[in-house]
Design a protein around this ligand. Structure first.
Ligand SMILES: [Zn+2]
Length: 260
């Protein structure tokens, strides 16, 4: 039983120098991840990166793709974007629409709030129509994505790098959603994430990296990759009082179920 990383960005330039070697090595047992990486969901952030995610997924059997427009890239949305997304989402290895969402932290002239919302709502509607799960990014926008999600009944997915309070996590779970947990869980000041990890049913938790970002302790500050999510699984096992193998098996089963 290996590890399922549900949120990666191997298209990021920080992987340019060793992407092929690193991806080829992921399934192999290593000191970082003794069980090996069983599957990776590579997330797009605009159309070119979504095309790139699909190309990686079509090259590596254990890589899957998500296609979507991230809130920070909302101004890239134009008349051709929806058609491009539909094309990408029609391919068998594109299993989710992501990553999409709202970001108050980067809100500004390059990332206007109204445009973020418009692009998010259009992609939620597309996910509902195509019955494909979504990967949602919520940075300092707590509650607002949930309001828009509830306005689109039928849309299901994961709140990636969940950073809200346990009560909001419970509401998402009640609505049939999954909670994505990554490196933050291992940080010293991770009170909210630890509470969430203890409060949500294990059947609703997904493991993720958000690599190259968010490396867990003891790799904090380094470039992250899927193998390092093993440290998150260890921490989650400690919080839940179960074995690491149980965490790996259950979160991998959850990721498969979330993809429908
Ligand atoms: Zn991401």
């Amino acid at each position: 039983m290996g590890l399922f990383d549900t949120h990666a960005h191997y298209g990021d330039e920080r992987f340019d120098e060793d992407r092929a070697a690193l991806l080829a090595a992921l399934p192999l047992p290593s000191d970082l991840c003794p069980c090996g990486v069983e599957a990776v969901l590579e997330q797009g952030w605009d159309i070119p990166s979504s095309e790139n995610a699909l190309a990686l997924a079509e090259k590596y059997p254990y890589v899957y793709a998500a296609a979507g427009v991230h809130p920070e890239e909302c101004l890239s949305w134009n008349d051709q974007t929806e058609a491009a997304l539909r094309r990408l989402l029609s391919r068998p290895k594109t299993v989710a629409l992501g990553e999409i969402g709202l970001d108050r932290h980067w809100e500004g002239p390059d990332c206007p709030w109204d445009k973020q919302k418009e692009v998010f709502i259009r992609q939620l509607a597309l996910a509902a129509e195509l019955e494909i799960p979504v990967c949602v990014h919520d940075r300092e926008a707590h509650g607002e994505p949930f309001d828009l999600i509830r306005a689109q009944p039928g849309v299901k997915g994961v709140l990636h790098a969940f950073s809200g309070e346990a009560e909001l996590a419970r509401q998402y779970v009640k609505a049939g959603w999954y909670i994505g947990l990554g490196g933050v869980l291992t940080f010293k000041n991770a009170r909210a994430a630890v509470e969430v990890a203890g409060a949500v049913p294990l059947e609703r938790i997904l493991l993720e990296t958000d690599c190259p970002y968010m490396a867990p302790v003891p790799y904090r500050g380094e470039r992250n990759d899927s193998r390092k999510a093993y440290a998150v699984a260890v921490k989650l096992a400690e919080i839940r009082g179960v074995t690491v193998d149980e965490i790996l098996a259950q979160t991998a089963a959850n990721a498969t179920a979330a993809d429908g």
